[in-house]
Design a protein around this ligand. Structure first.
Ligand code: GLU
Length: 494
């Protein structure tokens, strides 16, 4: 598996010494353990990213483990969505599906024997018991059948429950600080369900131990699972990993970010044309920040600066404007050809250009993208900005009619249109000369003619330099479009 940031990382390490050289933690092993639902919520992606950044910044190991014991349907596609999403963002894993590793298999559905052996271990020391109540429809954390036998192995239809030792669980979370829980509230929860499958809490502990995970980094929605898991670690006599529970990601209304807020999954943002390094940059800043002021961080810099200890405890709000801003900064780093390819993809999708466009169209797109400069901030935006270059029907919003209603502006526009069609050359200097001298001849300042021309050609009041815009629209087309706009908008007083 290729490691796209390896080189950049080495370079940046030798150049700056922001982090103390070498590892802070010993032999870091972390994992991202998604359930394959097929939906990559940005919160989960952020969890994966913090694990990955931590592993890479500590020269540790990043594991991908698929927690599919609960999933009844075929998980192939959902797993693909996860692996593809991570790869798109630029994250690689050292152990997991596709790459294997010494602690596999990396699908929980293939680790069933391990869970059963682990359950037997706890049964043998009376830390668990076989329960004959049907779990369905009853309190999942209390046995009511009274048949609490530890001696037997579970038979078909029997569950295995953990024998809650009572007392307290106290632990120090890397992000949340010291936390303590009364154990009795968790009851004798089920470890192995009556259908033989392990519960999340049980399989998670067995696997994290077997895979020698040193730090569990996950969303704080799992906080109440942690004492259940720590009780298990203690019952087994295992060392507990460090826990770091990441704060939630909220929408702009302060509610947990969800589909209701529009885009909430990685796919949504990919579809809109955000680029991976910007997405990674933005997600990293959701709950974490580097020591300096600078928010613009390449993947290599993120690795260099990332410190788990700097993760904030308070929830962060998803701010799409900030993502757009970062995306435009990362876009600037891409060569013109690549930005034009991104634009082309969205223009094709919008039906404005053909997928098998020729050289002329691709270089026309390149010219437009060059002219737009930093105004073109993410892929989908080109459809709005580019519409007037690729379609002929420019409709002028009634709110903008005032730009084209005045008699002297209309006269100047008609005259400019005539001079456009008759021009011998078609470059920006010529266009500028025509606009300025026409305005003068008509006793106008240049500004009203410049604004009028822009509205007539694009139906907008903002965009690239007017002379560039006219040039890109084209000589005869610009003239025709001015005439069309004057027909569309009646003169004032009519
Ligand atoms: N499968 C769990 C989830 O997707 C993993 C939680 C954990 O990291 O322990 O939420």
């Amino acid at each position: 598996m290729k490691k796209p940031f390896e080189r950049e990382r080495e370079k940046s390490r030798t150049r700056t010494q922001r982090r103390p050289p070498g590892r802070i933690h010993m032999n870091v092993r972390v994992r991202f353990a998604p359930s394959p639902t097929g939906y990559m919520h940005v919160g989960n992606v952020r969890t994966a990213l913090f694990n990955w950044l931590f592993a890479r910044s500590e020269d540790g190991t990043f594991i991908l483990r698929i927690e599919d014991t609960d999933v009844k349907r075929h998980v192939g596609e959902a797993v693909e969505a996860i692996t593809e999403g991570l790869q798109w963002l630029g994250m690689d894993w050292d152990e997991g599906p596709d790459v294997g590793g010494d602690f596999g298999p990396y699908f929980q559905s293939e680790r069933s024997d391990l869970y059963h052996r682990a359950a037997e271990e706890l049964l043998a020391i009376n830390a668990a018991y076989v329960c004959r109540c049907s779990v369905e429809g009853r309190d999942p954390d209390q046995c009511t059948c009274g048949e609490q036998t530890s001696a037997d192995s579970p038979q078909d239809g029997e569950a295995v429950r953990f024998r809650n030792p009572g007392g307290q669980t106290v632990f120090e979370d890397v992000v949340q600080g010291k936390l303590s829980f009364e154990n009795h509230q968790f009851g004798d929860y089920v470890m192995i369900k009556s259908d033989g499958t392990p519960t999340y809490n049980f399989a998670n502990v067995v696997d994290d131990h077997a895979m020698q995970v040193t730090h569990v980094i996950r969303g704080d929605d799992h906080l109440s699972n942690t004492p259940r898991q720590i009780m298990l670690y203690r019952a087994f006599g295992y060392e507990t990993p460090a826990f770091a529970h990441l704060p939630q990601i909220l929408g702009d209304d302060g509610e947990r970010l969800s589909k209701r807020h529009g885009a909430a999954s990685l796919t949504d943002f990919r579809e809109k044309g955000f680029i991976p390094e910007a997405m990674m940059n933005y997600l990293a800043l959701l709950g974490w920040s580097p020591e300096g002021e600078d928010d613009f961080l390449t993947p290599g810099k993120l690795i260099e600066y990332f410190q788990l200890e700097r993760v904030r405890q308070s929830p962060s709000r998803f701010n799409q404007q900030k993502l757009i801003h970062l995306n435009s900064q990362h876009m600037e780093n891409r060569p013109l050809k690549e930005r034009a390819q991104i634009a082309a993809k969205y223009l094709v999708r919008a039906g404005m250009v053909d997928a098998d466009m020729g050289e002329d169209t691709s270089s026309y797109i390149e010219d437009i993208v060059r002219a737009l400069g930093t105004r073109f901030k993410y892929g989908e935006q080109i459809v709005e900005y580019g519409a007037h270059f690729f379609t002929e029907d420019v409709s002028i919003d009634p709110e903008l009619h005032s730009y084209l209603e005045e008699k002297d502006v209309r006269d100047a526009l008609s005259r400019a249109a005539e001079r456009f069609s008759a021009a011998d050359s078609w470059d920006e200097e010529t266009i500028e000369e025509i606009i300025r001298s026409t305005a003068k001849q008509c006793g106008l300042k240049a500004a009203p003619l410049i604004h009028g021309t822009r509205v007539a050609l694009s139906g907008k009041t903002v965009g690239p330099s007017l002379f560039t815009l006219v040039q890109l629209v084209g000589q005869q087309r610009a003239a025709q479009r001015i005439h069309g706009a004057l027909e569309q908008v009646p003169p004032s007083g009519s």
